[in-house]
Design a protein around this ligand. Structure first.
Ligand code: SF4
Length: 330
């Protein structure tokens, strides 16, 4: 696993020097950090080639010294990647890089990541803190890069809760439709003084209409089961009833497994060179859904890394009562 943490400094820095080649000390660095010299040379040549292609084909592209230096630093860090099975590598597999807005960080880390992924046969995961940056990557920067470099494929990786669970959706429809067993039970249940109010009944009917129309679209292939691809956001309460959920999922045992929206999206993302994700999902996955990310075979880039501490603090809170803890200690 190797990680890059990208940050934008408060006052942008502008490098004073021109584009630099990998410094002469690199072979020594490579040796010290367990990078194979031939692998490094092959990666360096490939990176130069890709950078040249981007410089030639990206409209209005300006080659910036800072971008070039960042790209080299990213490559060296990625090539020092260490996985749990690779204990021999003592490489410095974590880099914290800062660059001002407009330096071209995305191109720098994406090209380095693409080359390293090819050489090391690993997946690259680019994590962002904000939806704005994620949108910019998915809809602007990465399509433009991949139009120049077709080998660069990308996809977005979302948490389960963004996808519908077809099994739960069917359960909702079959369980509550008028005339069904559950509907009968519900009617009996409410046939006393706690009779549901008109607004509750109307809400249920609206929910049922939404479940049915969504199931129809899903079955007809007119909806991919991703909440974000719906023209209109569903009622949060309705969505909660049918969203995919690790605890309620039978995985391969489920009759919908092959066409399951979540597993389909996951398989599709796994085939991409670069997967875009967000910090909260990476951290949550490390805690719970560990199968979503193969950390030992992934090169991580944390863009907007300055948000990481706050998100980590939200993700891994631990509360202890001071009085009880003190009594335990003394
Ligand atoms: S595989 Fe899991 S998430 Fe997908 S439809 Fe089945 S139960 Fe739901």
């Amino acid at each position: 696993m190797s990680s890059l943490a990208m940050q934008t400094p408060a006052s942008p820095t502008v490098p004073a020097t021109g584009p630099a080649q990998l410094p002469a000390v690199v072979p020594v660095y490579a040796c010290e950090h367990g990078i194979d010299a031939e692998q490094l040379e092959a990666a360096r040549i490939r990176l130069e080639l890709l950078y040249g292609e981007v410089a030639a084909d990206w409209p209005g592209f300006i080659a910036r010294p800072g971008q070039y230096e960042m790209m080299q630093a990213c490559l060296l860090t990625f090539l020092s990647a260490k996985s749990p099975e690779d204990e021999k590598r003592s490489g410095n597999h974590l880099a914290q890089l800062e660059a001002g807005t407009g330096t071209g960080k995305t191109v720098a880390y994406c090209l380095a990541a693409l080359v390293a992924a090819e050489v090391l046969k690993k997946t690259v995961m680019v994590s962002t803190a904000t939806v704005a940056l994620q949108e910019q990557l998915i809809h602007k920067d990465l399509p433009r890069l991949s139009s120049i470099i077709p080998e660069l494929t990308f996809d977005i990786l979302k948490g389960r809760a963004r996808y519908v669970c077809q099994s739960r959706m069917e359960g909702m429809i079959e369980g509550i439709v008028p005339g069904s067993e559950l509907a009968g039970e519900l009617q009996d249940l409410f046939a006393d003084s706690r009779r549901p109010t008109a607004s509750v009944v109307r809400d249920r009917q609206a929910a049922m209409r939404w479940f049915k129309s969504s199931a129809k679209k899903l079955n007809a292939g007119a909806w991919d089961g991703d909440i974000d691809s719906l023209a209109q956001s569903p009622n949060p309460q309705d969505w909660r009833q049918v969203q995919a959920n690790a605890h309620a999922c039978n995985g391969g045992q489920c009759e919908h497994f092959r066409n399951c929206a979540f597993f389909k999206a996951r398989r599709q993302a796994a085939g991409a060179t670069l997967q875009v994700v967000n910090h909260a999902l990476v951290l949550a996955t490390l805690q719970t859904d560990s199968s979503l990310i193969d950390a030992g075979n992934t090169l991580f880039v944390f863009d907007e890394a300055h948000h990481l501490p706050a998100i980590a603090a939200e993700q891994f809170p631990y509360r202890a009562r001071l009085g009880a803890s003190t009594r335990l200690l003394f």
